[in-house]
Design a protein. Structure first.
Length: 713
């Protein structure tokens, strides 16, 4: 017999999948959405108000479906029973299967036998001998298992939690009693009580702990609790226990009130058992030396905030305060923080108006290389007013300016106020449409009120500078006719600049920063800039990618070229270093950069930075970064990930100092990935310690176990 189709107005099976909030928002709340029923046989018994459907029964409604062998629905009581194999899929792709199903439309409850639930958004599987639906997204279950591993029916998952009974709330947690952690259905650990996440978004609860071990710290257990305060705010609380070192506690708060108002705050405190013992682990490492200002109480306060106000006002705060100069050596996140030599706290208020930017700042510095910051200059406050080019009435001249006022404060040494006025008048011209020529003159007045300065309290300086720029642009577009790359644009911008600043007496001025010592200048700078941009087809539009950026410049010092030599050995060197920068991006995943200064007289680089980064679609990656400063630094950092097989990667990292001819840190490891778990095995050799570590991560749970141990100090 052909399938018989009936259109029902009662959305009874939606009680299994649609949360109450969704039911209340649209037509579903009235039960008015039509549902299509297909079956080989459908009959209706008027006396009992019961529908009977048999043979390939299928209910469908806008992406939601349920299939079963037999279905009985009593419209009077609202109770329905599905017999035989039951399979249901909701619009999110989540599925439930079982050998039988009884559900109450009015109470929105159900009883499922031999149930297997898969929630696509969360990526988890839950099975139970008997599962009772107690609410729109809540269940109780007997003989229940939980896993994120994909496996066929009857196949043992790689890992799972099993419990005699459990309560499940989708989007929150599964709470089980008399629980076991299993590997391939073999019990490994027993828990009288366990809670695991069944989350579709951030939820309040404990984050996975991170256990470990090292000689310095002893046994470690990092605990954290996440509080989802609201959709726009959250907080995380930390409790870090290290048996051989001490205990740390902290809190982090993040908020996002609007796109114009957001920030974060962090407070962390660590109580050391013995700070002297900590220093013993790094006492022979030069680059880990700092003034020994730490006590057993270590702490950090960090606060960031951005607020955009009406009237083009902008407030920003970036506060960073630590207990001691050694803090980042012990608690820094990565090499950058561990090598910090100073930190700054800054609060600023910005006002933009009519082409001007007014910025008021309070800037406080902490020199981590000096135990006594009494001679460190603070800027309390610093006020700058910057104006971009604006035409002067109807003349061809333009006006711009840079003005600053700074109160330099410190406990010991010269301090005081400085007002620096630097207006500029410029005249831009076009050279027959082939080039642009701009000449400008800028008088400069700097005024001081200084305390504890041998040259007096009131000081000033007057000078000026003259600048001229001649530049042009050459552009050519090459039509490639390629399937993906349709055109390439090549741009060349040569530029010639002249700068003149007269010789001005400044020896009597205080030495706050570079503004107080402006050298006389009479120089010509010539440069060329080139870019190569590709136009890629992207649907009906286009995507532009810069394949090449190249910049080269050098300055010729006229003062040096025309000065009189003191003797024959006093060679003139009017040509300054050649500055170059190169960026090559042949693909989206590959980039090569190089930046350096070349001494033409020594035929050597005085400084050079280069980097290479590339990645493949299968997961391989390579990163190289080299930094060189003559007579100072020669340093290479290399990292690589090689996909040996689909689930297995080799990981490598090396930070090598060519100055000291030794590796500062070298790591070698393997990462194995399964569909629902991963493991890392590695060895790290640092100057202060050698580590072996093994960590395991379960999908949906994070790091659940691991160890790391120091082989030697």
């Amino acid at each position: 017999m052909k399938p018989i189709k009936l259109i029902f107005l009662i959305a009874f099976f939606l009680a299994l999948f649609i949360p109450a909030s969704a039911m209340a928002e649209g037509p579903l709340s009235s039960g008015g959405l039509p549902i299509e029923l297909d079956a080989d046989f459908i009959t209706y018994e008027r006396e009992t108000e019961t529908y009977y459907a048999r043979g390939s029964v299928e209910l469908r409604q806008e992406g939601v479906s349920i299939r079963t062998d037999e279905l009985i629905l009593n419209t009077a009581s609202g109770v329905a029973t599905a017999k035989g194999k039951v399979t249901a899929i909701d619009e999110g792709g989540s599925t439930i299967t079982g050998s039988g199903l009884t559900f109450d439309i009015k109470a929105k409850t159900a009883l499922i036998a031999d149930a297997r639930l898969f929630y696509a958004e969360e990526g988890i599987y839950i099975t139970g001998a008997v599962v009772k639906k107690t609410g729109t997204e809540s269940y109780t279950a007997e003989s229940v298992t939980y896993t994120a591993c994909e496996c066929g029916e009857g196949e043992a998952p790689a890992w799972s939690f099993a419990a005699t009974s459990a309560d499940v709330t989708i989007g929150e947690f599964l709470t089980g009693w008399n629980a076991r952690f299993q590997i391939k259905d073999v019990p490994v650990f027993y828990f009288p009580y366990v809670t695991v996440p069944v989350k579709r978004e951030r939820q309040t609860g404990f984050l996975p702990s991170e256990p470990g071990f090292s000689e310095l710290r002893g046994f470690m257990l990092d605990n954290s609790f996440f509080w989802a305060i609201s959709e726009s705010a959250d907080a995380t609380f930390y409790l870090d226990v290290e048996t051989a070192r001490g205990v740390g506690a902290g809190a982090e708060y993040r908020y996002f009130r609007t796109a114009d108002s957001y920030g974060e705050a962090l407070l962390y405190h660590f109580s050391e058992n013995d700070m002297g013992r900590v220093r013993e682990f790094r006492e022979d490492v030069d680059n880990l030396s700092r003034p020994e200002t730490a006590s057993n109480d270590r702490w950090r306060i960090k606060y960031k905030h951005t607020e955009v106000l009406s009237g083009d006002f902008n407030i920003k705060a970036d506060i960073n305060v630590v207990s001691d100069d050694e803090y980042f050596l012990d608690f820094g996140a990565g090499g950058d923080e561990r090598s910090l030599e100073s930190i700054e706290s800054n609060v600023s208020l910005t006002k933009n108006f009519n082409g001007y930017s007014l910025v008021g700042q309070i800037r406080v510095f902490n020199n981590l290389l000096d135990a006594d910051d009494s001679e460190t200059l603070q800027r309390l406050p610093e006020i700058t007013l910057t104006g971009s080019d604006k035409r002067i009435l109807n003349t061809p001249f333009y006006f711009s300016s840079e003005t600053s006022f700074i109160n330099f404060y410190r406990e010991e040494g010269a301090e005081g106020d400085r007002l620096d006025l630097h207006p500029r008048v410029s005249l831009p011209m076009s050279v027959n449409g082939y080039a642009d020529f701009t000449v400008s003159v800028a008088p400069r007045g700097t005024f001081y009120v200084v305390k504890d300065h041998p040259e007096g309290e009131y000081l000033d300086r007057f000078l000026y500078d003259v600048q001229s720029d001649l530049t042009t642009t050459f552009v050519r577009v090459f039509q490639t006719g390629g399937e993906n790359l349709s055109a390439v644009k090549h741009t060349i911008r040569p530029k010639l600049s002249y700068t003149y600043i007269p010789d001005t007496e400044q020896s009597d001025l205080p030495d706050f920063d570079s503004v107080d010592a402006i050298e006389k200048t009479n120089s010509i700078t010539y440069s060329v800039n080139s870019t190569l941009t590709g136009k890629l087809k992207q649907g009906e539009g286009a995507l532009y990618q810069d394949y090449l950026y190249f910049d080269l410049s050098q300055t010729f010092d006229i003062n040096e070229a025309t000065r009189e030599g003191e003797n024959e050995e006093d060679k003139k060197k009017p040509f300054r270093e050649i500055n170059g920068e190169l960026i090559v991006k042949p693909t989206v995943a590959t980039s090569v950069t190089a930046k350096g200064k070349f001494d033409v007289y020594e035929s050597l680089f005085s400084s050079f930075d280069a980097s290479l980064g590339t990645a493949t679609s299968r997961g391989d990656s390579l990163s190289l970064a080299y930094r060189f400063v003559r007579d100072s630094t020669s340093y290479l950092e290399a990292s690589a990930r090689v996909r040996l097989t689909e689930p297995l990667d080799f990981i490598y990292l090396n930070r090598y100092s060519y100055d000291e001819y030794k590796s500062l840190e070298a790591s070698y490891g393997f990462e194995y990935r399964h569909q629902c778990w991963s493991a890392q095995f590695g060895y790290t050799n640092r100057l202060e310690e050698k580590l072996l570590f093994v960590t395991f991560n379960l999908k949906g749970l994070g790091k659940i176990a691991g160890f790391e141990g120091s082989l030697v100090r």
